[in-house]
Design a protein around this ligand. Structure first.
Ligand code: SAM
Length: 324
């Protein structure tokens, strides 16, 4: 009973925190741009002391974070580490922010941030939130391609390869790549994309019964495919079977969500996976999980979160990890 009251009290405190229209107004602004107290005061025309008090409460609850930027302090939404219940309530509110006051606040904040950026050198203006800002050529794709240069892969199974986008990225660094997909059309597109690369193979088949011998691969990629599988446990068992001892699987999948209506048209039959569920699926397949966490959250609504898991098949590798 005490436990129940504590949890109930915490939930009521949270509802109280988000029950204040001014706090929601400030959060709506900070979800868009990190801002200082002075900037928030300028945009909202609220008293500075009132803004500071609300920010203090939101920061104490872990909903906001602050960061030094030169001589000032910028407040921002605590995207990476917001307590899960607070995130749930905020997601709910965020979907309902179609409000004239919020829209005009945001217009003023956009103008203010543009003016700020014109005054300061770009890097200074975005220090501490560079990942959220554009600068020419600095794209995630370019970064990913640069990182690929650091990898050395062996025989890779790209399970649910789609049209070979990922295989194309990794093929120059792999001993071989096998693209496996259940769709003949998609596989034909992969074959076209990766034409002229003899160490890349194309196999029509199902992840639930991988048409490959035991211990055939050093790495298995399950990128954006597990939510499509009718029986994910079977897919992970097959993954473990075809991996060589010491081999690794990398899973990228949506974290559990409440928007199956959005993902169903993309062929998803599962509404994502909780980290503990994915971890258990890997462990039950006989794999040793090195990490399994939410690694990113989409900025566009409905803000899907993405899980990345890395697990190994026990045993010693034979050291066969040579790039092509
Ligand atoms: C969202 S795409 C991901 C493609 C690629 N892995 C990527 O991240 O770019 C999912 C792919 O999985 C394939 N797929 C779905 N269920 C499958 C199954 N049971 N066996 C093999 N492939 C499957 C689909 O045909 C589709 O090409």
């Amino acid at each position: 009973m005490i436990g129940l009251m504590t949890s109930l009290d915490a939930t009521l405190d949270l509802l109280h925190l988000f029950g204040d229209p001014t706090r929601v107004r400030l959060m709506a602004l900070l979800a868009r741009h990190p801002l200082t107290v002075a900037e928030l005061t300028q945009v909202t025309e609220l008293a500075q002391s009132r803004v500071s008090t609300h920010l203090g409460k939101l920061r104490e609850a872990g909903v906001l974070r602050d960061q030094r930027n030169g001589t000032s302090t910028l407040y921002a939404l605590n995207d990476a580490a917001m307590p899960p219940k607070a995130r749930q309530v905020w997601s709910l509110l965020e979907g309902e922010l179609d409000d004239r006051l919020v829209a005009s606040d945001r217009g003023r904040a956009d103008a203010l941030v543009r003016a700020r950026a014109l005054k300061a050198p770009w890097a200074d203006a975005v220090a501490g939130q560079m990942e959220r800002h554009y600068s020419p050529g600095r794209t995630w794709e370019a970064t990913a391609r640069a990182f690929v240069g650091l990898t050395t892969l062996g025989d890779v199974l790209d399970a649910g390869s789609g049209d070979g986008t990922i295989a194309q990225l990794l093929a120059p660094r792999a001993g071989s790549v096998t693209c496996l997909d259940v769709s003949p059309r998609v596989l034909a597109a992969a074959r076209e994309r990766l034409r002229g690369q003899p160490h890349v193979r194309f196999v029509l088949g199902d992840l639930h019964a991988v048409p490959a011998a035991d211990a055939s691969f050093d790495q298995v990629l399950l990128f954006n495919v597990l939510a499509h599988a009718t029986t994910p446990a079977r897919v992970l068992a097959e993954t473990a079977r075809v991996l060589r001892p010491g081999g690794a699987v990398v899973v990228v999948t949506l974290a559990s969500h409440d928007h199956p209506d959005v993902t169903a048209p993309f062929g998803h039959v599962h509404a994502g996976f909780a980290p503990a569920v994915l971890r258990r699926l890997c462990t039950r397949a006989g794999l040793v999980v090195e990490h399994c966490d939410v690694t990113s959250r989409e900025r566009r609504e409905p803000h899907f979160s993405v899980l990345t898991a890395f697990a190994r098949k026990p045993g010693r590798s034979n050291g066969r990890r040579h790039a092509h």
